[in-house]
Ligand binder design. Structure first.
Ligand code: MG
Ligand code: MG
Length: 285
């Protein structure tokens, strides 16, 4: 059964979402060459507990940390530890917390120092695909409209959504019904209703979509070694087909989030063009 949240429950999830946003922004600010993934994990756990919440991932099916930290071809569920981040890598950070009985779940991918234009483009496309997906997360639409929008967007760019892993309903438990795939035909699955709360989380790869688990029992990596980026927010379906509310992006509307992403993309695009010109000049010598 898919839960429908009443206004009081939504308010609890909003509070959990706002705290998670704060924690993940602090973590993002610490990402730099030379930093260990354990440092990021410890920071997140400290901030979560200091604010009266608990990390949802810690001990979840035996997971040993509060964040998942996944580097380059790692898709999700990377275990924080002695890994030292190096310039040029991309790092996916996934975090979850429970505050007063209600869950929030969110993830982002960030470059470590200066990264390639290809990696930058992957990160931006992944974020954009999330917004393409949740633009369809409206009352009256069907569940698969979300994944169809994600897939259509990234495939136009020559990228692919990972198929073996998906988003999920979220509420009192971290993972609830329904599963939210990042691909598929439109117009399938349950009809979306106001008060449904979902964690939408495209995992997008530069190569092919098959993935496998490493021997640590957790870390998922791409079979072909292609890069993966991940972007996730907890959202709530609103009444009357209006934009969904992004609970882990408090105070920011869907339109504002898309606008902010465009503003980031434009200078990056021109920088990528400059890089290309510079490399052409070099090859001409
Ligand atoms: Mg997550
Ligand atoms: Mg999730």
């Amino acid at each position: 059964m898919i839960g429908i949240r009443n206004p009081a429950q939504l308010q609890k999830m909003r509070e959990a979402g706002a705290l998670l946003r704060e924690v993940l922004e602090r973590v993002r600010g610490e990402v730099a060459p030379g930093v260990t993934t354990r440092h990021l994990d410890q920071l997140a756990e400290r901030l979560i507990r200091k604010n009266g919440a608990a990390p949802s991932f810690l001990h979840y099916n035996g997971f040993p940390a509060s964040l998942c930290t996944s580097v380059d071809d790692q898709v999700v569920h990377g275990i924080p530890g002695d890994t030292i981040l190096r310039e040029g890598q991309i790092l996916s950070v996934d975090g979850g917390l429970v505050l007063d009985g209600w869950q929030a779940d969110s993830a982002f991918t960030v470059g470590v120092g200066k990264i390639s234009a290809k990696a930058r483009a992957l990160i931006e496309a992944t974020e954009r695909s999330f917004y393409e997906g949740i633009a369809m997360a409206r009352e009256g639409n069907r569940l698969s409209d979300i994944g169809h929008a994600v897939q259509s967007y990234v495939e136009r760019l020559g990228l692919a959504p990972v198929r073996a892993l998906c988003g999920h309903g979220i509420g009192r438990r971290l993972h609830e019904e329904p599963e939210v795939p990042n691909y598929g035909e439109p117009g399938r699955g349950v009809r979306l209703r106001a008060g449904m709360t979902l964690a939408v989380e495209p995992m997008i790869v530069t190569g092919d979509w098959p993935v496998h688990r490493l021997r640590d029992g957790w870390t998922m990596v791409t079979d072909d070694g292609g890069l993966c980026a991940h972007y996730e927010h907890t959202i709530a379906i609103t009444a009357g087909g209006a934009d969904p509310e992004i609970l882990t992006l408090p105070g920011i509307t869907l339109a504002q989030a898309v606008q902010a992403l465009k503003a980031i993309e434009a200078p990056e695009a021109s920088r990528a063009a400059e890089d290309l010109e510079a490399s052409l000049e070099v090859s001409a010598l």
